[in-house]
Design a protein around this ligand. Structure first.
Ligand code: FES
Length: 255
């Protein structure tokens, strides 16, 4: 484990008062920051200083701060969620930065993710895609005996890998086309792989892809930037599966 040190950083933070306002970078110097701190902790410190100085604190999203919920997110030095691979912004620690470094912080940028304020973007497009088909319509009561619905280990693992998506939106922010295909394909895959997802399988693929297009996301160009920044390591193999699901549904039609 890296030795704890204190460092100073210069932050260039994107400030934007509202969706229609013009934004710009604001410069702040922060000293005596422990390298054990997370990136959100330094934004907390900065906000405390701004508040005490009578200035508007920086708006940013967070909730669990454990890399689980998908609420946080920003582009740090040009990389969605920052330079630490496989993590969220709340799990990005200062040990990855050098003393005296200048760090640029911007919101996730995409046509479908409008900026609400500062680093907060509107990711409700993801909710509407899920509403279009990211569910199973089955009656539930007490859980059935697990062995009555056999699922092979290999398939269960693939479904769990896809289900790990936390919907943070980093894939969209990283993609040159602002495509949401990694997100949508993960949601389609997790249900298409399991017996419980079969009843609406074709309708789901058609409806979720149509919703994705309606929201203004771009198309996958196989650049794999989404895979690079995904905090849950979701593979673009999900996108290939989504394309197969969509093609089958489009050719055969809904059942
Ligand atoms: S705050 Fe929940 S993943 Fe970062």
């Amino acid at each position: 484990m890296a030795e704890t040190k204190n460092i100073s950083l210069t932050l260039k933070v994107w400030r934007q008062a509202g969706p229609q306002a013009e934004g710009s970078f604001e410069t702040h110097r922060l000293n005596n920051l422990s390298t054990d701190m997370s990136f959100l902790e330094i934004l907390d410190i900065l906000n405390q200083q701004l508040t005490l100085a009578g200035q508007e604190p920086i708006a940013f999203d967070s909730d669990c701060r454990e890399g689980i919920c998908g609420s946080c997110g920003a582009v740090v030095d040009g990389i969605a969620h920052g330079p630490e691979r496989g993590g969220t912004l709340c799990q990005l620690h200062l040990r990855h930065f050098k003393d005296g470094q200048t760090v640029w912080i911007e919101p996730f940028r995409a046509k479908a993710f409008s900026i609400i304020k500062d680093l907060i973007v509107n990711r409700s497009a993801f909710d509407r895609i899920i509403q279009a088909g990211g569910f199973v319509s089955i009656n539930t009561s007490s859980a059935p005996e697990a062995n009555t619905v056999p699922v092979s280990r290999h398939v269960a693992e693939q479904a769990m890998d896809a289900a790990a998506c936390i919907g943070c939106g980093a894939c969209v922010a990283a993609c040159p086309n602002a495509a949401a295909m990694l997100f949508v394909s993960a949601k389609i895959s997790q249900l298409a792989l399991l017996p419980q997802g079969q009843s609406e399988r074709k309708r789901r693929a058609l409806a979720m892809v149509a919703a994705m297009d309606r929201e203004g996301f771009g198309s996958c160009g196989n650049q794999r930037e989404c895979e690079r920044v995904c905090p849950k390591g979701i593979s673009i193999r999900s996108i290939a599966r989504m394309n197969r699901e969509y093609l089958a549904a489009a050719l055969i039609g809904e059942e």
